[in-house]
Design a protein around this ligand. Structure first.
Ligand SMILES: C[C@@]1(CC(=O)O)c2cc3[nH]c(cc4nc(cc5[nH]c(cc(n2)[C@H]1CCC(=O)O)[C@@](C)(CC(=O)O)[C@@H]5CCC(=O)O)C(CC(=O)O)=C4CCC(=O)O)c(CCC(=O)O)c3CC(=O)O
Ligand SMILES: NC(=O)C1=CN([C@@H]2O[C@H](COP(=O)(O)OP(=O)(O)OC[C@H]3O[C@@H](n4cnc5c(N)ncnc54)[C@H](O)[C@@H]3O)[C@@H](O)[C@H]2O)C=CC1
Length: 201
């Protein structure tokens, strides 16, 4: 079976500078999911025009809108760039400019020009699950996100908070702590494996 070899990391995007190029529908989608997961993300959005939804969304967050055509100078100080314009040549130019500057770049909906993919994301308090289908089916990533949003109990955050508190009370060395934490949580993995799923139409 083909394996997904992407390595997930959880970025502190509030402490990074993100640039989105293109303020249309795809720009809106990427911005929406970025802010849903990371409301404090620091984002600059440069675009020749903005759809109204982008303007109203950006207003409530740390997002600067710059009305201009893309220029390489907009990459200055940026660590992550997402290109979403409707001009493929511009998007590819963004990609090559980022490569020259060692900036991580994603051409939305264009896997060949991505250092990383955006994923489906489930957040419940401190718990976050990121989902990737290796770029094979964004729709499956969306459905899996909805599935986990539905089945993850709302009090999963309480569990994490309680374990965090309990961990601080355990006396002993590191190994004692590890074995006590593992003993307490061993029932958590006894879940019922449900029916297999199929995507056949
Ligand atoms: C590779 C990747 C690169 C990237 O964009 O980062 C990529 C690529 C492409 N997306 C396309 C289209 C759609 N994308 C979505 C939705 C999402 N796409 C997201 C991520 C990714 N999309 C990365 C892979 C993630 C993974 O590994 O699974 C999500 C998870 C996260 C996010 O967007 O933030 C977000 C769901 C968020 C949520 O709901 O939780 C829907 C569904 C819908 O809108 O209902 C459609 C329409 C259905 C369809 O066409 O499949 C196309 C075809 C374009 C064309 O036809 O030209 C390509 C190109 C291709 O597949 O070749
Ligand atoms: N909307 C969708 O669901 C999907 C769109 N796509 C593709 O993704 C691309 C983008 O689509 P949309 O966001 O829907 O288009 P859109 O027309 O809504 O938005 C494109 C944005 O890019 C900006 N732009 C164009 N040239 C620019 C430049 N040189 N510098 C800065 N900004 C510039 C425009 O001002 C506009 O705001 C298109 O190529 C489309 O074919 C692919 C799959 C699905």
């Amino acid at each position: 079976m083909e394996q997904n070899e992407l390595y997930p990391v959880f970025l502190k995007v509030a402490a990074l500078d993100v640039l989105i190029v293109g303020g249309g529908h795809v720009g809106l989608e990427k911005l929406t999911f970025l802010l849903k997961s990371s409301p404090n993300a620091k984002v600059t959005l440069v675009s020749k025009s903005f759809i109204p939804e982008v303007i109203s969304l950006a207003g409530g967050f740390n997002v600067s809108l710059v009305k201009d055509a893309y220029k390489r100078s907009y990459l200055s100080g940026k660590q992550i760039v997402i290109a979403t314009t409707d001009d493929l040549d511009v998007n590819i130019q963004v990609y090559h400019d980022c490569k020259k500057e060692n900036i991580l770049v994603n051409l939305a909906d264009n896997p060949a020009y991505c250092d990383f993919y955006m994923g489906g994301i489930v957040t419940k308090g401190n718990v976050k699950i990121a989902i990737s289908t290796n770029g094979k089916s964004p729709t499956a990533a969306k459905r899996l996100r909805q599935f986990f949003e539905e089945i993850l109990p709302d009090n999963i955050n309480e569990l994490v908070e309680n374990l965090n508190r309990y961990r601080k009370t355990i006396k002993g060395d590191f190994e004692d702590k590890v074995s006590k934490m593992n003993e307490l949580t061993k029932e958590m993995i006894k879940i019922k494996k449900d029916d297999q799923v199929s995507g056949n139409p």
